[in-house]
Design a protein around this ligand. Sequence first.
Ligand code: ACO
Length: 435
Amino acid sequence: MTDQTPGTVTITLDGTNKSSTIKLLEGTIGPAVADIRKLYADLGIFTYDPGYGGTAACESKITYIDGDEGVLLHRGYPIEQLAMNSSFLEVAHLLLNGELPNAAEKHDFDMGVMRHTMLHEQIRSIYQGFRRDAHPMAVMCGVVGALSAFYHDSLDVNNPDHRRISAFRLIAKVPTIAAWAYKYTIGQPFMYPRNDLGYAENFLYMMNAVPAEPYHVNPVLARAMDRIMILHADHEQNASTATVRLSGSTGANPFACIAAGIASLWGPAHGGANEAVLKMLAEIGHVDNVKPFLDQVKDKNSHSRLMGFGHRVYKNFDPRAKILQATCHEVLAELGIKNDPLLDLAMELEKIALHDEYFIARKLYPNVDFYSGIILKAMGIPTSMFTALFAVSRTVGWISQWKEMMEDPSQRIGRPRQIYTGAAQRDYVAIDQRA
Ligand code: ACO
């Protein structure tokens, strides 16, 4: 590539007289982006970027990440300030609507969400179709997708009112769906939501309360849960968000798109990582086993990874992990947990890995999942619910990104290309003539 004039890059195809002048697009902050839309028409070539590490697939005003500097901004506000001063529903308003709400807007938004927390009564019977040992994420994929069959009155993706109501319904109902998935696996009665409680508080209530006795949600734990939700609310064009956008680009309804996002989040390289951290810590078992475990992780043939370490974008530190490290100690102090063997093990692992040449050279730092797994475990949230909780929080980001995409006039169906490396054209051979 040669830079000819500022704001453009010209690519010349060697051995031909063909060239393409590519415009550089500037965002508010962040690197310039080469607009390659004319490249195929000009030169007859595609670009190759498996994993999309260098490809911007959309324009967005929602979240900005600078992975080298460890910066995460939602609508311009640093995540540290939001986590310390805001609340999950306020952040949801910010992500969806672009601004922090004033008092009246906040009241209307909170009411809009909390008035939709119940599920259609018929949805209860969907749960009975699952095995009792179903993973909560399997139940969530199914039940969230099934919402499309219950709320026909808000499925017109081109109608702004329908989009708004669907957003409220999704944000309001996913905690109920997730909590009921848990109650179903342990055979306890479903707890109906309580709209007089805060968002995170209500989730803890539906998870832990039983009809037989009163249940008081510990405010420190409710605050920690709210903070965890804020920290997971959105993260730019990650795998699950990209999945939601790709699904939505076809005109699919938002419930179906969010179900697709939940499926994508489930994998251990993405939302399943905090569950995997706990499994890994249990496997290591004792501080003495940390070193042999790290040796195994560093061995390319072992295919094992230090779960909760590394990030596709953050190559310095994950700002969310820093906040959660502090929250982790707050929660353990509130619960009176001292010298927790699992936490000791996690801290030892963190200390050794941060000083190990292998991890330093590859810029592998603890990510948000490393600490969230430990906090959630201390709060008594079962490991199988970790990813479900992530899905509850990320629904806000998914639906905000979906809404932004649907309102973008340049939006078109997502359709990547490929390098085809299979057989060239050949003729069909009758079965009796095949080798
Ligand atoms: N443990 C050991 N080695 C690792 C790890 C890890 N956790 N992560 C990356 N590496 C190594 C790779 O083996 C590779 O080494 P090499 O250069 O010698 O071949 C190098 O670091 C680069 O790794 P990539 O796979 O190219 O990094 P990528 O950006 O594609 O992966 C990912 C990012 C998937 C998060 C990875 O670091 C990982 O698997 N981490 C563990 C799972 C995890 O915690 N996921 C949560 C992500 S955060 C989120 O979803 C909220």
